[in-house]
Design a protein around this ligand. Structure first.
Ligand SMILES: N[C@@H](CCC[C@H](N)C(=O)O)C(=O)O
Length: 278
């Protein structure tokens, strides 16, 4: 019988199951991840955060003494990075006495992410370089609305469309994109609507999940694309963007091509789960 201790947390209601696996022994299969993230049969979450010592991760060539955030989407697929997840990950490490703060360096598939727990309860994360690609792809929602989208690399892939009426988009099914080969490994699709100076509303359809109430890397992509497109009255400039998502609000600071993400990170439960037999 496999009995695992877990925690559950969220950042702007992008929610995660957290597993402690210091010595890399749990080996959750794709099916295990799907079950853990299932909101009816399992615990429920948009993704899984597995805390493992970096020395056990062959693809990590940095400090082996760091905690590595092994991120999996709810469908079991692996992703490079999760901006809301890394804040929850840091909150978890500090809460469980697994790291000393307020600054914690986290190893991820998208490199080292330095994070700081702020006195107001939020966590600020150095997201590193954000790269906005030239040109556009065409994205069509389930409701048939079509938009140009800008590709943005935040360690994981995004495509950002500027829309009006973001609240009424049909994101119940994955939007299509053309050309299809633009994102051979899938993409996270953000839809942003300008609200004011350096202030946008955003909804997202996440790769490997579906519509979620927030996506941290997506908010970074949204701010970077909006800046590049001259949306929100701050073309090209450095500054702090406010991004409102269905699950709350985050801040994205852009300085040159470097981004910092600040937002809430909340733990809501700790427990023990018995997994179905393999
Ligand atoms: N929710 C995350 C992003 C999770 C990974 C994404 N679905 C992908 O496959 O790239 C975030 O907060 O950044």
């Amino acid at each position: 019988m496999r009995r695992w201790r877990f925690s559950k947390g969220h950042g702007t209601q992008n929610d995660f199951v957290v597993l402690l696996d210091r010595e890399n022994v749990l080996d959750p299969s794709d099916e295990d991840v799907r079950w853990l993230c299932d909101r009816r049969a399992g615990i429920g979450g948009d993704g899984l955060l597995r805390a493992v010592m970096a020395r056990h991760v062959p693809e990590w060539d940095g400090d082996p003494g760091l905690w590595f955030m092994d991120y999996r989407n709810a469908d079991g697929s692996v992703a490079q990075m999760c901006g809301n997840g890394v804040r929850v990950f840091v909150r978890y490490l500090l809460d469980q006495g697994l790291a000393t703060g307020p600054t914690v360096d986290v190893a991820t598939r998208a490199g080292l992410k330095p994070a700081t727990a702020l006195p107001d309860g939020r966590v600020r994360v150095g997201m590193g370089r954000v790269a906005v690609a030239p040109g556009t792809v065409r994205v069509t929602t389930a409701g048939g609305s079509a938009y140009d989208a800008t590709s943005v690399d935040v360690g994981n892939p995004h495509a950002v469309s500027v829309v009006t009426g973001v609240g009424s988009l049909d994101l119940t099914r994955e939007p299509r994109w053309e050309p299809a080969e633009a994102f051979g490994e899938g993409v996270n699709l953000e839809f942003v609507e300008p609200l004011g100076e350096r202030h946008v509303a955003m909804r997202v359809h996440e790769r490997g999940v579906g519509e979620t109430r927030s996506c941290g890397t997506g908010t970074v992509a949204a701010a970077a694309a909006a800046r590049a497109l001259g949306v929100g009255g701050a073309s090209g400039g450095d500054g702090v963007w406010t991004v409102d998502v269905p699950g709350g609000r985050v801040e994205v600071e852009l300085v040159g091509d470097e981004a910092h993400l600040t937002g809430p990170a909340v733990l809501v439960a700790h427990g023990e789960v018995t997994l179905p037999p393999r």
